[in-house]
Design a protein around this ligand. Sequence first.
Ligand SMILES: NC(=O)c1ccc[n+]([C@@H]2O[C@H](COP(=O)([O-])OP(=O)(O)OC[C@H]3O[C@@H](n4cnc5c(N)ncnc54)[C@H](OP(=O)(O)O)[C@@H]3O)[C@@H](O)[C@H]2O)c1
Length: 183
Amino acid sequence: MLQFNLIAAVCENFGIGLNGDLPWSLKSEWEYFTSTTKRRRDTAKQNVVIMGRCTYLSIPESKRPLAERLNIVLSTTILPIELPDNVLLFPNLETAMKHLEQVNVCENIETVWIVGGSGVYREAMFSPRCHRLYITRIKQNFKCDKYFPKIPNDFKQIEPDLETPTGIQEENGIQYEYTILQK
Ligand SMILES: NC(=O)c1ccc[n+]([C@@H]2O[C@H](COP(=O)([O-])OP(=O)(O)OC[C@H]3O[C@@H](n4cnc5c(N)ncnc54)[C@H](OP(=O)(O)O)[C@@H]3O)[C@@H](O)[C@H]2O)c1
């Protein structure tokens, strides 16, 4: 069974988004997201980022699709013509995963990342396919209108991998910490 990891930045009141955008501006955190979701051992393979329609549309047009990764959008309303040719569209997460599991597709894929938003995170965390949660804990409250779901109890924090900066990070006076949880 093809697994996936999830990556999210979450503030103290569990918010992840406001008005279709991130509630904060943290350049280094965005760079961590980019390098983590791009990282692979076999450069002949590709990583995948799976996201809901609103998350895809929240990425500035100049930065989407996310470079050097296969972008998959989940939506039941958007039309394929509204997306670039190199972005795949599926009506739900399991159909997307079944597509990626086809032998001729799977052999070219290294890591699948779930990158939001709220509903996709919820479905992903309860899936047996979910391996790790890469959660940036932002140590401040922010006004938000989208929230990260409650993390199931079977995920436990593990030691960060070698590529993950350890300890408290700080940018624009905002403190945050990278954490990794595993089932
Ligand atoms: N802090 C972070 O790490 C982070 C990460 C990602 C996003 N965000 C923020 O979160 C907000 C966007 O997230 P959101 O929760 O509002 O929306 P979202 O999950 O990105 O998009 C919701 C839409 O995606 C489609 N969708 C979601 N789950 C689906 C599923 N399982 N199957 C089929 N379609 C599915 C549906 O589209 P249809 O209605 O077309 O069917 C749904 O209306 C933005 O503010 C963004 O900046 C933050």
